[in-house]
Write a protein that binds this ligand. Structure first.
Ligand code: THU
Length: 133
């Protein structure tokens, strides 16, 4: 299992992979699955702005496409003043595979960390229970 420091280093390293020529707002993510596998991601923008994908969803889709469906922890890195909180769409996607227990560690540009859970960030997710399926 990766240490938190290792996950943080991986998320920060992904800032250099970010393709963000429109927003100039790089984001990096490192996602740990329940078996210890780690997938990284960065935001990837597009000239058709709505096609942009966030760092968290890049990491999540990489993990799921490689057969990992349970997430344990995610670190999200930005170079911003505030902590780099996940957007609403990413919270909903992370809930699908991490649930409320998912540990979320958000970094600011000074490398300081805010630690929370997905339940805190998304108290009323759309999930199988809500759907009644
Ligand atoms: N972005 C992420 O990658 N993750 C977030 O949680 C917030 C937003 C990206 C999308 C876009 O490329 C840029 O940050 C500005 O919104």
């Amino acid at each position: 299992m990766a240490t938190e420091k290792e996950l943080i280093e991986k998320a920060v390293a992904m800032l250099d992979q970010s393709y963000s020529p429109y927003s100039h707002f790089p984001v990096g993510a490192a996602l740990e699955c329940d078996d210890g596998a780690v997938y990284t991601g960065c935001n990837i923008e597009n000239a058709s702005y709505g096609l942009t994908i966030c760092a968290e969803r890049t990491a999540a889709f990489k993990a799921v496409s490689e057969g990992h469906r349970r997430f344990r922890r995610i670190v999200i890195a930005g170079r911003c003043e505030d902590y780099c909180w996940p957007c609403g769409a990413c919270r909903q996607v992370l809930n699908e595979f991490g649930g409320g227990e998912l540990e979320v560690i958000c970094l600011n540009g000074n490398g300081e960390a805010a630690r929370t859970t997905l339940r805190e960030l998304l108290p009323h997710p759309v999930d199988a229970v809500w759907l009644g399926t």
